[in-house]
Design a protein around this ligand. Structure first.
Ligand SMILES: [Zn+2]
Length: 438
């Protein structure tokens, strides 16, 4: 959720309403859940037809009337919406009655230079809060429990930490934390009695390493949620082993179109009340169980900047299974990274999921792979202490194993990774032109 304004606490009606519904709807029979979803979708479609210039024109161009979309599957009558189109026609997505939404401005990061500014209406911010609360509650969190929120990048430039009293969040930026001051941060975790961590998995991984090296054992959390970047298996394993706590994943977008939350039984639940999620394979067809596809998402609530069938550029594996936890929210099998996380070798083969190659390299604080041309990658490594030749050779060997011997790999030991933007940390930055990516 975004920063709350004091006025939002003075009207708790919506918080209570969503708290009541969402705790029940996660166990609704599938037909009831679909009906609820369709009701929300109908309302947002009505709104788009009436108030949003981009959609008014799109429907006209397609020769569609509002009544032509009579059920959830009819949404496929609309084309998939790319981020490029949203950037290009940005102002046309703003409704003609924006002020009524009491909008909050939200910025999404664009590692390769395409930041997007959009709006959330005020009710959406409250809805987001309750959705996140529900997920954290699956792991044992109670509203008003203090928690640590750690990011790889500073949200409050120059501030080592911030205590956000409104949500009782202790906010850290991992770039300010190091071996010399780790005891001060441990003291803060003790002072605020933190038992719940949320944040970027790379930042939490780094924090665990520093605490481990300093042999500080008494600040371990009871539960952890990874948000804002891909949760890598090697990081999950390391954090879980060191803390003894469960790490669960939380996938969402600032575009407010989809939320996927991992339960204690490891099921990735699509929050149907939040957004409509389609998994579309590379042939443009709905993915079959076990098949990977792009996450195409439709936000069901945000009138201030509505996005229908938005291409997230993230990949997931479709599933038709039920979860052991008993929640009826549909599942995906796994999240498999971003389109922009994929590398292309000299033969044009696309390779994803390289994160595991770094699991043997324990001395690395932060790393980033940048590709500017097919067949060549630059690997930037920020070491914790030093990065010696055997470690470098090991890294090249495991990377070649994944990428093939023809891939040119250039390792650079640096003080800071080159592509830093506010928001998400990017492990892989692909600067290849879209046409070079299959
Ligand atoms: Zn579950």
């Amino acid at each position: 959720m975004k920063e709350f304004r004091i006025s939002e606490f003075l009207s708790p009606g919506n918080i209570i309403k969503w708290r009541y519904l969402l705790w029940k709807s996660q166990y609704f029979p599938p037909e009831k859940l679909q009906l609820l979803q369709w009701n929300y979708l109908s309302k947002i479609l009505d709104f788009c037809f009436e108030h949003v210039p981009y959609y008014k024109r799109l429907f006209q161009d397609l020769g569609l009337k509002r009544d032509d979309i009579r059920s959830m599957k009819d949404i496929t009558l609309l084309p998939i919406l790319s981020k490029d189109t949203v950037l290009e026609k940005h102002d046309e997505f703003i409704p003609d009655n924006l002020e009524k939404c009491r909008p909050i401005t939200v910025r999404t990061s664009g590692t390769t230079g395409s930041p997007l500014e959009l709006y959330w209406d005020v009710d959406v911010n409250i809805f987001e809060l309750v959705c996140q609360w529900r997920h954290f509650s699956w792991l044992g969190y109670n509203l008003a429990d203090p928690f640590m929120d750690i990011r790889s990048f500073s949200r409050h430039l120059g501030q080592k930490y911030r205590w956000n009293w409104k949500c009782r969040g202790l906010e850290f930026s991992s770039q300010y934390i190091n071996e010399a001051n780790i005891n001060e941060y441990a003291d803060l975790l003790r002072k605020y009695k933190i038992k719940f961590w949320r944040g970027h998995s790379s930042a939490m991984n780094y924090l665990c390493q520093l605490l481990d090296y300093a042999d500080i054992q008494d600040v371990k959390p009871k539960f952890i949620v990874s948000v804002g970047e891909t949760l890598l298996e090697n990081q999950r394993d390391y954090i879980e082993n060191w803390t003894g706590a469960l790490v669960r994943d939380n996938y969402g977008l600032n575009e407010h179109t989809a939320l996927i939350c991992q339960c204690p039984d490891r099921g990735y639940h699509i929050c149907s009340e939040y957004g409509l999620v389609e998994i579309i394979n590379d042939n443009g067809k709905p993915a079959q169980p076990g098949e990977e596809g792009r996450i195409i998402s439709t936000g069901l609530h945000n009138k201030a900047f509505p996005l229908l069938r938005y291409d997230t550029r993230d990949y997931a594996v479709y599933s038709d299974k039920k979860c052991q936890c008993g929640r009826t929210l549909p599942l995906i099998e796994s999240l498999t990274g971003r389109a922009d996380d994929r590398l292309v070798n000299a033969n044009g083969k696309v390779i994803a999921g390289l994160h595991n190659t770094f699991k043997y390299a324990n001395g690395i604080k932060l790393s980033q792979i940048v590709q500017k041309e097919a067949g060549v990658i630059d690997v930037y490594v920020v070491p914790i202490n030093h990065f010696d030749d055997p470690l470098k050779e090991l890294l090249i060997r495991v990377l070649k194993n994944e990428l093939g011997n023809t891939m040119v790999i250039r390792i650079h030991v640096v003080d800071d990774i080159p592509y830093r933007k506010p928001g998400k940390f990017k492990f892989v930055v692909s600067l290849l032109k879209d046409k070079q990516i299959v």
